[in-house]
Design a protein around this ligand. Structure first.
Ligand SMILES: [Fe+2]
Length: 365
């Protein structure tokens, strides 16, 4: 398997059977393609409660699209069933596990994933997801291309630089080999034409070994080393991955900005070229108090809207510092996209329609 026309990362996989042997191909209606997406018009900041979204299903076909564009689709799932074998040939995926334990099985081997893991699945990897006894909640980032480590973290030859907030030691590879017996095994394949069920003559999990630099891996958000400044540092210090026209950032527990005069929460800002999606996964959100945003919330602050802390939050955080607070325990996953994010109809059931007015209400109260 190799990327970018034999000009980028690749791996050699040693199969017992020909990986070419298919016996049946059936075109299927693609639920994902039927999700309607509409522009964020009239322009509004948005707040979705993932707890209010329908639960159940498997991690592949039970996921509900929340928002997306031509570069990326962002979905959420509460998975309580094992998925079919699946190959996404439209791009890389990152699955961020919010809660629960699940096993990722693939042609390369398996990863036991826990809360806080980002599991990176290269395009074209045949895999399946098996939740443990408890349901698993996860955010899924589907790119129309590759999701990679930011270039500025790497040396010319691809080693993580010492200033990077994570490095090779933090990445967990697959355990394997993972072998399964079987004949006439269906695999759900999504490519740029749609969804197909391909039946393979032999079980695709027949790889006795592999070598190369293209493979699935996991990285836990708790292993991200936060970078802190004397005064407020903007989101690029939190960057974790880059994809085509988007970035993924991890906000992790860290010391507060340490200048005695600092105001250690974001300033009002307008990131004019980006739509900003934030998924709140842990800790206490000082900047959002009074907005209804809590653990499990997803906010979208689009280009065209200046956003920032709820009025009163600055004073509250300064009072906290004066009484000895020196750290923040917030944990969040942020996705900034350069192209506008369209809103999926499947997200509407979780939307808080009052969110847009929370800054004005706090200012007037
Ligand atoms: Fe922002």
């Amino acid at each position: 398997m190799g990327e970018e026309g034999f000009s980028s990362d690749s791996s050699l996989l040693y199969h017992v059977h020909p990986p070419t042997a298919i016996v049946k191909s059936e075109g299927l209606a693609d639920v994902a393609a039927e999700t309607r997406m509409a522009p964020n018009q009239p322009l509004l900041p948005r707040h979705y409660r993932t707890q209010d979204l329908p639960r159940g299903g498997d991690l592949v076909f039970g996921r509900r699209a929340l928002m997306g564009n031509d570069d990326v689709t962002i979905s959420f799932v509460t998975a309580d069933a094992a998925s079919d074998l699946y190959r996404n040939s439209t791009g890389d995926e990152v699955v961020y596990v919010q809660a629960g334990v699940l096993r990722f099985e693939s042609v390369y081997g398996a990863i036991n994933a826990i809360a806080g893991d980002y599991v990176v699945v290269p395009r074209g990897t045949i895999h399946r997801w098996i939740p443990s006894a408890e349901p698993v909640t996860a955010l899924i980032i589907q790119a129309r291309g590759h999701i990679r480590t930011p270039k500025r973290y790497l040396s010319q030859t691809g080693q993580f630089l010492e200033h990077a907030p994570y490095c090779e030691r933090d990445l967990r590879g697959v355990e394997g080999p993972l072998l399964a017996e079987g004949e006439d095994v269906p695999v759900m394949v999504r490519n740029r034409a749609g969804l197909t069920r391909l039946t393979y003559a032999y079980h695709p999990f027949d790889v006795v070994g592999w070598d190369g630099c293209l493979y699935p891996y996991a990285f836990n958000i708790a292993d991200f080393e936060p970078i802190v400044k004397r005064t407020h540092a903007p989101p690029p210090v939190h960057q974790t991955f880059e994809g085509p026209n988007f970035v993924v950032c991890s906000f992790c527990p860290r010391p507060l900005d340490f200048d005695p005069e600092s105001v250690p929460i974001p300033y009002n800002h307008h990131n004019v070229d980006s739509d900003e999606m934030m998924f709140y996964v842990g800790g206490d959100y000082s900047a959002r108090q009074g907005s209804g945003v809590g653990i499990g919330s997803i906010t979208l602050h689009p280009s065209g809207f200046t956003h920032g802390p709820i009025p009163g939050a600055v004073e509250a955080v300064i009072r906290g510092m004066e009484s000895g607070r020196t750290t923040t325990d917030e944990t969040a996953v942020m996705i900034d996209t350069f192209r506008p994010l369209l809103l999926a109809d499947s997200a509407a059931v979780g939307e808080d329609p009052e969110y847009a007015w929370t800054w004005a209400r706090a200012a007037r109260s």
